[in-house]
Each structure stands twice: as C-alpha cells, then as structure tokens.
Ligand binder design. Structure first.
Ligand code: IPE
Ligand code: IPE
Ligand code: MG
Length: 252
C-alpha cells in the first residue's frame, strides 16, 4: 500500500499533468503513434479515478496543445476521435463519481461534433462537487494570455477599465478558468524537462515533477510517487526557509 506514504493533510489541491510520451512509447514497441495515443487513454481513465481517490480536488490534463494542430492530419484526426470516444465511454462514470468536467482552450478550432459533446458533458456535470476535471484542449499558455489581454483592451476601449486599475488579480480574472486556484503540482511524463506552452501564468509557483515514465505506462503508483515527491518540498514563495517554518515574516 504505497498510498500510506502520503500525508493526507498535504495532498495538492490542484494537480496539472502534461501527458507526454505516447509516440515514443509506441515506437519502442513497433506500434504506430496513434496506437500510443490509444494506449494513453487507459492512463487517463486510471489517473482521473486515482486523483479522485487520493483527494485531489482539481485535475487539469493537457490533452492537446495549440501547436499540436500542426501535426500530420492523420494524427490530429486520430486524437480528436479518441477524445470523442473518451467522452462517450467515460461521462457516465465521471458524472456518477461527482466529477465536474471543464474545458479550456480555443474551442472554436475543435470540430463541431466534439465541441458539442464536450459542452454537453460540461453542462451535465456542472453541479458536481467531488472533483473538477479540466481538459486543456486546443490550449496554449501564450494564447490564453493574449486572449486575456484582448478582453482587457476591449474593456478599456469601452471605458470600463483604466490602465491604473489593471493588476495581477484583474488580469487573472480574464484567464480561461478564473475561479480555479493555481496548480500546486505540475507533473510531466515522458522525461522532457520543458513546459511546452502549458499554463504559463498559473505555474508561477507550482512544484514540478518530471518522470521518465511514458504516459501510456503512467498509473496510480506513479501519481502517488509524484505526490510523495511534492510532499518533500518546501514551498517558499520567495520567502526564506526560516520565515516559512516559523510563519513569522519578520524572521528573515
Ligand atoms: C503526448 O504524446 C500526446 C500529445 C501531445 C497529444 P506525444 O504524441 O507527444 O508523444 P511523444 O512525445 O512524441 O513521445
Ligand atoms: C505537450 O506535449 C502537449 C501535450 C501533452 C498535449 P508535446 O509533445 O506537444 O510537447 P513538445 O513538442 O515535445 O514540447
Ligand atoms: Mg510529445
């Protein structure tokens, strides 16, 4: 029971995952990249269930980046089809478990039928409170920041906001999911040490865990491992260690 290693009072409230390595997982086995994506679906199922069991309150999954639109059409189509199938097969269980589904990204670029299905899942689960499951889809961190800036400029042009009044809080209120707290823990599978345009604003103080595990192999024990790693960290938010330990801001 590896879960016993976890302190139940320090489970990260918001976990965000860059689900990477499907292609390499497949290539190593002589399979097609699309078969890798297919295998990765089982990890999504497992991790959604596991995060809920472990007491994570918000799980954000990077499913498809803005830049992923530039992949070969056959791969993009396969990923969209998988997403479509995932919603069909999982929405009942997700809803039964009290999980609320959300999506973030430029949804206008997602094929109509899938967008409608996602919106229906969002609508159906809107009142659920056990866990929030966010799919970052057709998502880019820079694009999100640009979209927020556009909103602010439009509000300024309409005379509704003045430059002096724009601070971090007003800016953050224009992001895609303004009511959600920032991720406490960011996990990246697939052994790559980069952020790849994910949640650029929100990860300012997230703890980062990179694992060699390719996404199709990632399961609950790996999530437990990542959370155990997180629990070893001291989050200082720019303060000194002494300040964090004593809670005394004068004790620098
Ligand atoms: C992650 O796996 C899935 C998506 C980006 C949609 P990749 O397809 O990036 O797999 P690798 O990184 O090429 O192994
Ligand atoms: C990041 O993985 C995007 C998702 C996991 C959806 P990529 O495979 O697209 O990232 P890069 O290209 O290696 O940076
Ligand atoms: Mg990749």
């Amino acid at each position: 029971m590896r879960e016993r290693r976890l302190r139940s009072d320090a489970i990260p409230r918001h976990v965000a995952i860059i689900m990477d390595g499907n292609g390499r997982w497949a290539e190593k086995r002589g399979l097609s990249r699309n078969e890798g994506h297919h295998a990765g679906l089982e990890s999504v199922r497992d991790v959604v269930r596991s995060a809920h069991e472990l007491g994570v309150k918000i799980l954000t999954l990077y499913a498809f980046s803005q830049e992923n639109w530039n992949r070969p059409k056959g791969e993009v189509d396969a990923l969209m089809t998988l997403l479509d199938r995932y919603i069909d097969s999982e929405v009942d269980e997700i809803d039964r478990n009290g999980v609320q589904v959300r999506v973030m990204g430029r949804m206008e670029d997602v094929p109509r039928a899938i967008r409608d299905k996602l919106e229906a899942a969002v609508e159906r689960t809107r009142e659920n409170e056990e866990m929030i499951l966010v799919f970052a889809l057709s998502y880019g961190g820079r694009q999100e920041i640009v979209d927020a800036a556009r909103q602010l400029v439009a509000a300024a042009e309409a005379g509704k906001v003045h430059a002096d009044a724009v601070d971090e809080k007003t800016f953050a209120s224009c992001l895609y999911q303004p009511d959600l707290p920032d991720p406490d823990l960011l996990i990246r599978t697939g052994a790559e040490w980069r952020v790849s345009n994910f949640l650029l604003w929100q990860i300012a103080y997230s703890e980062i865990h990179v694992t060699d595990r390719m996404w199709p192999d990632f399961r609950k024990p790996d999530l437990v491992e990542a959370i155990a790693d997180y629990q070893q960290r001291e989050r200082r938010f720019g303060l000194t260690s002494a300040q964090v330990r004593t809670g005394d801001l004068e004790d620098a």
